[in-house]
Design a protein around this ligand. Sequence first.
Ligand code: SF4
Length: 702
Amino acid sequence: MNRDPWKIATHCCYCAVQCGMKVHVDPETRRVVGVEGNEAFPVNRGQMCVKGQTSSELLYHPERLRYPLMRCGGKFERVTWDDALDYTAKQLQRIQARYGKPCVGVYGGGALTNEKAYLLGKFARVALQTPNIDYNGRFCMSSGAAASIKTFGLDRGLTMPLADIPRAKCILLCGSNIIETLPPLMQYFKEAKKNGCTLIVIDPRQSATAKSADLHLAVRPGTDLALANALLCSLAEENLLDVPFLTERVRGFEEALIAARETSPAQAAEICGVPEKDIRRAARLFGKAATGMVLTARGAEQHSKGTDTACAYLNLLLATGKIGKPGCGGGPLTGQGNGQGGREHGQKADQLPGYRKIDNPEHRAYIASVWGVPEEEIPGAGKSAYELLDAVAQKQIRGLVVIGSNPAVSAPNTKHVNQGLEGLEFMAVADFFFSETAQRADVVFPVTQWAEEDGTVTNLEGRVILRRRASDPPGEARSDTFILLELAKRLGRGEYFPYQHTREIFEELRIASKGGAADYSGITWGRIEQEGGIFWPCPDIRHPGTPRMFTEKFATPDGKAQMQAVRYRPSAEEPDAEYPLRLTTGRYLQHYLSGNQTRRVAPLVKVKPRPLIEVHPDTAKRYGLTEGGMARLTTRRGSVVLSVKVTPTIRPDTIFAPFHWGGEQCINDLTNPALDPTSRMPEFKTCAVRIEREATETHTNR
Ligand code: SF4
C-alpha cells in the first residue's frame, strides 16, 4: 500500500495571520503525522512560526479532554453526553426562572470559527434570551476596532492586503513586536526595506523588531496618545499635510489639530520620554514618504484611552493622505486566530451579525426576520467582557457558559474574577484542555479543535478562508456547535437551530450579514476553495471581494473620513511613592494567549518554561535585583513572585512581564481593569507597580 501521507490544506490554529499549512495524514492510521507551511497560500508563502510548526502536538496530547466531566462532591467524574447536556440545560433554566434571563451569561472567544461565533450570538439571544454575551476579543482588538469605526466608519482590521506592505516607503509600527508575535509577516517588512522603506517602531522595549528598525521611539507605556498627537503637530508645522486629500475626503482636521496642540511636541517629549528631535524626525520621515502605513497593536491599544490613541494614529494616515492607495493604509494588527471574524457576527454584547448594532431598530428587525423570531424577543445590549465577569463577582450573573476562552488567566484583576467564577451557582466550560477556567466549572465539555473540524475564519487582512478537517477527535470529543444545538433543543428552542452541517450555518450567516457593514453574502465555501480566500465586504456572488478599502470613499454617511479630536490624558494609574514603576505586559514567541495550549507543547516549553520579569540594569541595581534571582511585583490588586531577567532593552522606569501563565505566575493578578469608555478595553498595558527582591533560589534564565 502507498504510505505517502495525504496532504490536507488548512490553516494554523493560533494567530490571526492564519498561516496556510498542509497537514500530513497517514492513510492507514488516519492520524496526523506532521505539518508543513503551504507555499501556495499567499499570506505566509510557506513560512510558519514555531507555534504553527508544533501545532500537531495538540491533537493527540495526553492531556486532551476526551469525555464530558461533571463536578460531583468536589471531584470531577466522567459522565455521558446526555447527562452533561441535560444537567446543564436544567441548571440554566433553573437560574433563569429564579433570577431572570439576564442572570445567565455567555462568554465566547476570538478563536471560534465564524460559524461558531455566529451560532453563539444567536444561541444567547434566541435560546437563552439573555443580553449578557461577550468574548475575550474585547481584551484584544476592541480599541483598534472602535477607532476604525469612529474614523473610517468601518472596522475591517487592516485596510489593505499584506501584499501592499512592500510598496510602503515609510511604516510606523506602534506597539507591536512582529518578530515574536506574527513572525511570517517579517518577510513583507524585509521586502519593503529592500525597496527603500523606513521602518519606525514605537515600543517601550527595544524588542527584536525595534532592533531591526531605522528609528526606535522607546515610548513610556501609556503615553502613545501624546506621541501620536505630537507627530500630527510636527507634520502640520513642517507643511507635510496632504491638503487636497484633507479637503476632499476628510472632516475634522482643524479640530483634531487644535486638540493635538494642547500638548506641544516639547511637552509630549517630556511625557513620552522620547527626545523631541526623534519625534520630529519620525514626522518628517513619514510625511515626506510618497507612500506609508500606520499599523497599531496591543501596546498602543490596551489602555483606558486605547480608542483615542488608535484614533490619533489613524489621524496621521488621513493628514498625509496615505490611505486607499497602493502602499498606503493600516489599522490594527489583529492578534487572535479569528479575532477579525469573531468580532463581526454577533458574539459582542452590543452587536448583531454583519457588524449590525443591537440597538438599531432596522438592524434588529432584519436579524429577527432571518432568525424567525419577533423583534422584541431579541434582548438589548449586554455587559462587556470585564463588566460581565465583574457582574459574576457581584452575583448579578449566577450562571455562565464559557466556550473557547480562559478568562481565569486572560482577564485583568484575575483574583477578583476567579473569586467570582468560584462563587457561581453553575458554570459550563467547553474546551479541549482542562484550562484554569474549566477547573472551576461544574460541567466540562470536551471539544474538537482546528484540524478536527471544518469552518471559516477571517484573517487580519479581512480575508475569509476555510479550515478543513484532517483528523478524528479523541474519545468522545464533539464540536462546540453540537453542544449549542443540543442545549438549544433542551431549552425548548431547537426549531430555530435546524442545521445538519456547519456549512448550513455559514449559509445563514451570509444572509444575516447581507447589507450589513461586514457583508459576507457573496462568499461561499466553494468560492473560498477555488479562490484561496475572499476579502469582505463581498456583497454579491459575482463580486471579487475588497482587498483594499476606501479607495474612493469611506464607510460614513457622506463618504468622508472623520478625524478625531483626541486629547492626551494620563493613565488610570500613574506611578507614585508606593508604586514607583510602570508594569507592562506582553507575549513570547513560543506561547499563545493564556497558554492553555502552548504550555502543553514540549518543544515550546523547553525554550520558554516560565515567565521572566524584564528589568533595566539601573533598576536592578536600585532594587538589589540579580539575573536569575527572584523578585516580587506588587500592585494595588495583587502580588506575584517571578524570576528576573536584567536587560538594557527595557526603559528604566518600566517592567515587562508576559501573561501566558496562570496560578501563582499569573501576571493578570496585577493588571488594572480600568476600562476605555468607548471600547471597554481594560488597561492591560500599564499600571503602577512596586518591585522587591525575594530571598529565594536563583535560576538559570532562558
Ligand atoms: Fe502563522 Fe500565527 Fe500560526 Fe505562527 S501562530 S504559524 S504566525 S498563524
